[in-house]
Design a protein around this ligand. Structure first.
Ligand code: FPP
Length: 262
């Protein structure tokens, strides 16, 4: 991985104090990228891994604390077996190749989703990478695999119901903060910015609860073409937004003034 000082020049156009803390990305368009070039879809996925590597490196170097990538959805199990096998192979190769660099760059790796559905070898690699990078304090890199937002919410409800049944929790004690802790992302802040590539304008069951106040950035660029410049553009767009969380402009200004006094 590039050393931390090795930032692209475009970085100078970003305000360091106003970077999103958590960026989530729906990496879409690998198949179309390959089709446009007369290549097999898997070549698009391979190029997609390269794009992910680039974005991970830049996010780490810029000082973004959490990066969450939607790598494989629950619905993706319906794809041809050959394609699934190839994606799993790319994932295993990525984990093996990047472990050392994640450790050197203090990146903590996490995987979220219905991981039991993944092949045993993939589960082992994920567990190993998670364990071996647990000390990483600079950025949390999360891959969503066999992930679905509704299933995540349902499993949280089931876990809470178990707590109530066991007498450890009263229904009235459940609020949004407690509920959030039962999600896969329980120990992370909600995403500030969610990027989706390839021109689609949907959440596609990604981080449904967590994205309630997230800024969306949609681009026609296909994921394999989403490199440094595109990522910087998304961050610049985020920095131009005014996040109000349902408050009035006056309330936001008062809050900002009070924050700057502390
Ligand atoms: C979307 O393209 C991508 C996927 C379904 C999953 C594959 C993701 C990667 C290979 C990146 C993995 C990253 C790491 C770090 C291992 P699509 O096939 O849905 O494209 P299409 O909509 O054009 O068909």
């Amino acid at each position: 991985m590039a050393p931390v000082k090795d930032l692209p020049e475009t970085n100078s156009s970003l305000e360091n104090g106003r970077l999103p803390r958590h960026v989530a990305i729906i990496m879409d368009g690998n198949g179309r990228w390959a089709q446009q070039r007369g290549l097999l879809r898997i070549k698009g996925h391979a190029a997609g891994v390269d794009a992910a590597r680039t974005v991970i490196r830049l996010a780490r170097n810029l000082g973004i604390s959490y990066l969450t990538l939607f790598a494989f959805s629950e619905e993706n199990w319906q794809r041809p077996a050959m394609e699934i096998k190839a994606i799993m192979g790319l994932l295993r190769r990525y984990l093996a190749q990047e472990l050392r660099e994640m450790q050197d760059n203090q990146i903590a790796f996490k995987a979220i989703g219905n991981l039991q559905q993944l092949p045993a070898a993939v589960q082992r690699d994920l567990a190993h990478t998670t364990e071996a990078t647990a000390a990483g304090a600079k950025m949390v890199l999360t891959l969503a695999l066999s992930y679905g937002g509704r299933s995540e919410i349902v499993q949280a409800v089931q876990a809470l119901a178990q707590e109530i049944k066991a007498g450890r929790l009263q229904p009235g004690e459940i609020d949004a903060t407690l509920f959030s802790r039962y999600l896969y992302t329980g120990d992370m802040p909600d995403p500030d910015l969610l990027i989706r590539t390839s021109g689609e304008c949907r959440l596609s069951n990604f981080l449904l609860w967590q994205s309630a106040y997230t800024e969306l950035y949609l681009t026609d660029t296909l994921w394999p073409d989403f490199r440094e410049e595109e990522f910087i553009k998304a961050l610049q767009s985020y920095q131009q937004r005014e996040r109000r969380f349902g408050l009035t402009q006056e309330q936001i200004e008062a809050l900002n003034a009070s924050n700057s006094r502390h």
